[in-house]
Design a protein. Structure first.
Length: 225
């Protein structure tokens, strides 16, 4: 029998970190070897880890990656709100270790983006807007997922953000043309969908070479395997 993957979770006291820890503890593929809470991660002693999942903060992620690159530990990053300079640092670190970077680990969101992209190409004259709604404690707006959808669709895409209550996450792509509009919506009912997706990414990433990966690699390449 294979030994379980030695997993570390950064940002373990946050909304997402807690769910990743809880689900990993019931998944026989993983052993939760480290749960990291503090911001200055690079100076915290690590056990021998096979992979780390990071839901901390942009500053925390860079600290994690510095340590992960030194220890040769693959990293799954679900943090959003990186600056261009910080994203460049992540790309540099990916030359040394495999890094899986995604603003959203939901399978439904991945296929929603694929569908929206295909439709937008078929309807090039339609106006495109994105409406995203999250809980009132979410710090970044627009969400990383909304910005990722807008980048994928290209052109001028308006993003409208709403922060209210305890809404887990909702994204709607609106394509409006003469006499009609088309809406594609994804609603997350629980953070578990993101936590499960991050665990799948960690399981997959452990076997990869250094490089920068995302949901496209996980879903498309697995489908071809």
């Amino acid at each position: 029998m294979n030994h379980p993957i030695q997993l570390g979770v950064a940002g373990a006291l946050g909304r997402m970190g807690k769910r990743v820890c809880d689900l990993a503890s019931t998944d026989p593929r993983f052993h939760l070897a480290a749960s990291i809470h503090r911001e200055n991660f690079a100076h915290i002693p690590w056990p021998d880890l096979d992979v780390i999942i990071d839901f901390s903060s942009p500053k925390g992620s860079l600290s994690i990656l510095k340590k992960a690159a030194l220890e040769k530990v693959p990293a799954v990053i679900g943090v959003t709100g990186f600056s261009l300079a910080q994203t460049s640092q992540i790309k540099t670190a990916s030359r040394k270790i495999p890094i899986f970077l995604s603003p959203n680990f939901s399978p439904g969101v991945f296929w929603m983006k694929s569908l929206a992209s295909e439709i937008s190409r078929a309807l090039p004259r339609y106006d495109i807007s994105i409406i995203e709604v999250h809980h009132k404690a979410k710090k970044d707006a627009p969400s990383g997922t909304a910005k990722d959808i807008a980048r994928l669709l290209g052109g001028k895409v308006e993003i409208h953000s709403l922060r209210a209550g305890d809404i887990v996450g909702e994204h709607t792509v609106v394509l409006a043309g003469p006499f009609e509009r088309l809406e594609i919506t994804h609603r997350a009912h629980s953070r578990d969908v993101f936590a499960l997706g991050a665990l799948e990414a960690a399981f997959w990433l452990k076997r990869q070479r250094p490089g920068l990966y995302g949901m496209e690699d996980l879903f498309r390449k697995n489908a071809k395997a």
